[in-house]
Each structure stands twice: as C-alpha cells, then as structure tokens.
Write a protein that binds this ligand. Structure first.
Ligand code: ATP
Length: 287
C-alpha cells in the first residue's frame, strides 16, 4: 500500500462526528394476534454522528426495519428512547426523510405529484417555481423525467423505488433513513444510485446523516463509515459494529482491490455467513 493511501486510511480512523442519532437501551416488543408478546430487538445502544453513514445488516427478520422505524418514529420503543439532534423521537418528522422497502407512494398521484407534495409540505418557504425546479432536478437524477406523469400503478418496481428515492432526496432532510432503498434495482441503476447518494451527501458538505438497512455487503462497505451487524432475533441485539476505514471519495472499481476492503469484506461475510464452503462429499456427479 502506498504512503498516501495509508495516511488517508489513518485519517478515516481518526474522524470524529458530533452526535446526531442516539438509540438508548431500546427494546421493541409487539403483541401478536394470539396476544403473546414478541420481542424483536432488545437493549440496543447505537450512536450515529452527524454526517456519518451507517448501514445495518443482518439476516432476514432479525429486526433491522424495526430498529430503523424507532428512529423514523413509526415504531415507539417498548423500553428505552431514541433522540435525533437531542430531541426525543415521538413520531415521524420532516427532519427525517424515509425510503421504505415498499415505496409507500400515493397511488392516486403521478410520479411528479408524489415528489412535489412532499417538497410542498416540507419546504414551505420556497416559491412554487423553486419547488418545481427541485422536483425536476430530483426526477432527472433518478432518470424518471420521461415518466413523471405516470401513476405508481403504471411503474415497474425499480421505477417506484426511484420515485421514493427522489421524494426523500428532494426534501433534503438532515437525516436520511433508507430501508433497503436499492433492493428493487438492477445492478447498473443501483450502482449509479450509490454514486448519486454520495454526490448529494457531498453537496450537503457531508453533513447529512444517513442510516441504511441493506442485505448487500458490497453496498454497505462502499457507502458507509460503519456497518452494524445484528444477531438473529427474537430479542435481537447488535453483534458487532465494524468500522469501514476506506478513504473518500471512493471509487467502486478501485476500492475492491485495496487490502483494507478485502479484509473488511471478509470480516462482514464471516459475521453473516456461517458456512462459507460447499462440501462436495457425498455428491454424485454425472460423467
Ligand atoms: N407490527 C409487528 N407485529 C408483530 N411482529 C412484528 C411487527 N413488526 C415486525 N415484527 C416482527 O419483528 C421481527 C423483525 O422484523 P423486521 O421487519 O424488523 O426484520 P428485518 O430484519 O427488517 O427483516 P427483512 O430483512 O426480512 O426485511 C420479525 O420477526 C417480524 O415478524
């Protein structure tokens, strides 16, 4: 590794963030139909700094979205509390932009209107023309300008997802909460959305705090400062928080060859996947 790169990696390690999100001893239980109580996550403590990008990964059903929803305010902790910029979260708010797995678009509104309505309700002091420009810019960014008059029912899964992304980006919140935001996208679109996300983050002088749920280890490494690995539920806890000390700006093609990338990739894979090899023993092959 060359000296400059070593220096950049060392600087990444020293980065200090001012606190933004604090999840304090959070336990979340749900009453199920037969009235039994199911505890999804237990005693979670997590601090996310302002301008930090943190990904949450873990097996399906371990409680990633539940934890995320306690930050968005959609779920109230059974025990513990969540604060965002020192204020206790009591419900959703315009300081937090959310992209859900299921898009959550208003079905009776066009793509343009879905984004415009969000901008209109949050950026109240902008003029109509300014709001229009913001919507147009964000639709262009996600490559949907040509489809802006379509209704959600007339869109593919990936297009719905891109509309939801444009809507969240357009209101430019101080905290972006992304729940598998790129899951429905093809590899090429996904890659360009990663770049767009980091571009927006850079435009905001890296002051926007981003928490993202993902199943994709490469995505988590490319985007994040830290990756939170969760244990399986019920009563899921945080297994480990892994630092991603890779220099920014990151180039997808280049970072994969860095020893630091390979080491962190191996580490995350090891934490998530128990069996890394496929045993051939006892398998019959036709000749
Ligand atoms: N409203 C609810 N009522 C009852 N149980 C719930 C509720 N919401 C979530 N759960 C349960 O909590 C657990 C965690 O769910 P959650 O959606 O947070 O998992 P996840 O890690 O995001 O999963 P995936 O990766 O598959 O999206 C699951 O067992 C789920 O069934």
């Amino acid at each position: 590794m060359n000296a400059t790169l070593e220096k950049e990696i060392a600087l990444e390690k020293e980065k200090v963030f001012a606190p933004c999100i604090e999840v304090n001893n959070v336990t979340i239980s749900f009453k199920t139909n037969n009235k039994t109580v199911f505890t999804a996550v237990k005693d979670i403590n997590l601090k996310v700094g302002q301008g930090e990008i943190v990904s949450i990964i873990g097996h399906s059903g371990c409680g990633k979205s539940t934890l995320m929803n306690s930050i968005s305010g959609m779920v109230t902790p059974t025990q513990g509390s969540v604060t965002v910029n020192s204020k206790t979260v009591k419900g959703p708010g315009p300081d937090r932009g959310i992209v859900f797995q299921n898009y959550s678009l208003l079905p009776w509104m066009s793509v343009y209107k879905n984004v415009y309505e969000a901008v209109d309700s949050v950026l109240k002091n902008k003029t109509k023309e300014e709001k229009h420009q913001i919507v147009e810019y964000n639709l262009q960014m996600v490559n949907l300008s040509q489809h802006k008059d379509k209704l959600p029912s007339q869109l593919s899964g990936g297009m719905k997802q891109r509309t939801a992304i444009a809507r969240a980006f357009a209101i430019n919140p101080s905290v972006l909460l992304l729940d598998e935001p790129f899951g429905a996208l093809d590899a090429l679109t996904k890659s360009s959305m990663h770049v767009e996300l980091l571009k927006i983050w850079n435009l905001n002088k890296r002051q926007q705090t981003i928490v993202m749920v993902t199943h994709d280890i490469e995505e988590a490494i490319f985007l994040s400062d830290r990756v939170v690995v969760m244990n399986d539920g019920p009563e899921a806890t945080i297994r480990e928080i892994v630092d991603i000390n890779l220099p920014r700006p990151r180039n997808k093609k280049e970072i994969v060859h860095l020893p630091a990338y390979m080491a962190v990739h191996d580490k995350l894979l090891g934490l998530l996947v128990k069996n890394l090899s496929i045993e051939d023993e006892g398998v019959m092959f036709e000749k």
